[in-house]
Design a protein around this ligand. Structure first.
Ligand code: PEP
Ligand code: MG
Length: 601
């Protein structure tokens, strides 16, 4: 199959996006269309057309079977007729002869692969229906869209890994979901550039954990690029250069060399303690997404795991991971850390991280504000209990702590703790060992939890501030939406005052407080966080660790405190921004600033 050519980008154009994962990649572009999923646009040869139609019909059959089995389950579990009616509507759409004919015609005439034919036909429906004002027709369009997406998912699954890349490339896509990103073969992906996404979107977080430079929020790049174009992805600066001139190539190549040189130097010092010049030690921990990341954290000098995002076990696995499977993974973490701390966060499922086998039949209109994280776990107590049992059992093998994500009310924390107590009781009765007492903490990620931090602190052992979500929910911005990404402002006085408030509450209650959102791994923000007092642990993607340790070893805590106290008096983002950048430069000195920051700050 030939990959269809796009128009191609004019030479030398620099597109500004949002930095998501640092490093510089130079290579050939490979265009994916992942507006819905990891869609690949391909032209098929005439002799392949009938096979493609058979593949398409197979996906329709699978979708019908899926709907039947969900329908049977829903008849037992879900109250009311609405879900059943919805499923029946989807089943009808998939039998609709006009729709099927249009898709097959597209495959035959345009020689599109089935995924692309579905996308094209759906876009035609979109254009037709959007001209009709009647709400009934708009609802029908949503039904058609859901049914078509089910087909696309089945087609992609049947393709196993989607496109198998032969040589390393820079992936360009409208969007990459966490599940798409997990499928990437890291040996074949030099860099990532996506139109959608904000600084803390999960595709960016995963790219950072895989050490792949990434720029997100590029808005329309995927429309301008064709497969085979040469691209430079500068993940630190958040820019993509299309078909660079010789001068641009030389400029970025030398920037890349310098970056690699500094990385190598930092790597040599990765195991040194992060102790400030005036003698305060900060624990630098790693965020991981799988037990497979453990070797990686050692390589970067982490002093433990501050956040294990366990929901990725779900996203990776074709079926719901059972207790034994989870226990194996958590135990690996406990044993690997040899007495150092490992914080296992219970599933943060929901939002954009909902595996299809975890009940994703009826997508929510507002996933970020929906049944996510602890809410999801409390709504699926059996599943939650299995996870707690697996974590408890692993705790017998090392220094494990439990953490609940997205706590919003005291009642949620108490309910989760009650389920934990039951899980402990069951294990005790079964004679299965676990660590008791085990430390239990919560993520502070909502303004609500900030306001009731004192009460929450009385019911748990530690706080970890999830700044990615705290910023999302405080600034009222979907963290995946590039259109409002400009409001991702860690230096907003609203955010800084929240942080100070939580740190004070933790201090008064005597509970430990760490930070595990992206802010913790950013050299500019981290100094401010430490300056607020109380935070003695930062957890970040492993790649950022050696640099952060070096920065901490080069500063005096007293200077960080002075900076934080000045900032507390300021009310504008710009004022704080200018002041903080100036202060960081003068605290670190010119040489270190230019070595440690990829770009002029
Ligand atoms: C956060 O919200 O800051 C966080 C660390 O959790 P996640 O990025 O997984 O939502
Ligand atoms: Mg979060």
């Amino acid at each position: 199959m030939d990959v269809t050519k796009n128009r191609g980008a004019p030479p030398g154009v620099i597109v500004k996006g949002i930095p998501a994962s640092s490093g510089i990649a130079i290579g050939k572009a490979y265009l994916l269309d992942a507006q819905y999923f990891c869609l690949l646009r391909q032209l098929i040869a005439p002799e392949e057309i009938e096979d493609e139609i058979i593949r398409f019909r197979g996906a329709v059959d699978t979708a019908q079977q899926e709907i039947n089995s969900i329908r049977e389950g829903a008849l037992e579990d879900v109250p009311g007729d609405l879900p059943i009616l919805l499923l029946d509507t989807h089943a009808q759409i998939l039998k609709d002869p006009t729709l099927i004919r249009e898709i097959e015609e597209n495959i035959r005439k345009e020689k599109h692969n089935a995924e692309w034919a579905l996308k094209t036909v759906l876009e035609e429906y979109n254009a037709k229906f959007s001209r009709i004002r009647d709400g009934y027709f708009r609802d029908r369009l949503l039904d058609i869209k859901s049914a078509v997406e089910r087909l696309q998912r089945n087609l992609i699954r049947s393709e196993e890994e989607g496109a198998s890349l032969v040589e390393p490339v820079i992936l360009v896509a409208h969007d990459l979901t966490p599940a798409d990103t997990l499928k990437l073969d890291t040996r074949k992906v030099l860099g990532i550039a996506t139109d959608a996404g904000g600084k803390t979107s999960h595709a960016g977080i995963l790219a950072a954990s895989m050490d792949i430079p990434a720029v997100v929020g590029l808005k329309t790049l995927a429309n301008e690029i064709r497969t085979g174009d040469t691209l430079i992805v500068d993940g630190g600066a958040g820019v993509v250069v299309c078909n660079p001139s010789r001068e641009q190539f030389l400029e970025y190549n030398s920037k890349r060399q310098k970056y690699l040189y500094v990385e190598k130097e930092l790597h040599g010092q990765k195991d040194l303690e992060a102790k400030t010049l005036d003698g305060e030690t900060i624990r630098i921990m790693a965020n991981i997404e799988s037990a497979n990341d453990l070797a990686h954290i050692k390589e970067h000098g982490a002093e433990g795991v501050g956040l294990f995002r366990t929901e990725y076990l779900f996203l990776r696995s074709p079926s719901q991971p059972d207790e034994a499977e989870q226990y194996q993974d958590y135990r690996k973490v406990a044993e690997f850390l040899k007495g150092k701390e490992g914080v296992i966060r219970t599933f943060d499922l929901g939002g954009d991280k909902l595996a299809s086998h975890a009940g994703n039949q009826w997508p929510e209109p507002n996933p970020a504000l929906g049944l996510r994280a602890i809410r999801y776990s409390l709504a699926h107590v059996d599943m939650f209990k299995i996870q707690l049992r697996a974590i408890l059992r692993a705790s017998a093998h090392g220094n494990i702590k439990i953490m609940y994500p997205l706590i919003t009310t005291l009642e949620e924390l108490q309910e989760a703790n009650a389920i934990l107590a039951q899980a402990k009781e069951d294990l005790r009765k079964e004679g299965i060992p676990f660590k008791d007492p085990i430390k239990v903490g919560i993520m502070i990620e909502t303004p609500s939890s900030v306001m009731i931090a004192r009460e929450l602190a009385a019911n748990c052992d530690f706080f970890s501030i999830g700044t990615n979500d705290l910023i999302q929910y405080t600034m009222a911005i979907d963290r995946l939406n590039e259109k409002v990404a400009y409001l991702y402002q860690p230096l907003s006085p609203a955010i800084l005052r929240m942080l100070q408030r939580v740190i004070n509450a933790a201090d008064e209650a005597g509970v430990e407080v760490s930070v595990c959102g992206k802010m913790a791994g950013d050299p500019v923000y981290a100094l401010l966080l430490l300056g607020f007092g109380g935070v003695r642990e930062l957890s970040m993607d492993p790649h950022s660790i050696p640099r952060m340790k070096k920065i901490i070893r080069s500063v005096r805590m007293e200077d960080a405190r002075k900076m934080a106290s000045q900032v507390g008096k300021m009310g504008s983002i710009m004022e704080i921004h200018d002041y903080v950048l100036q202060s960081v430069k003068s605290i670190l000195g010119q040489d270190l600033t230019s070595d440690l920051f990829e770009d002029d700050i």
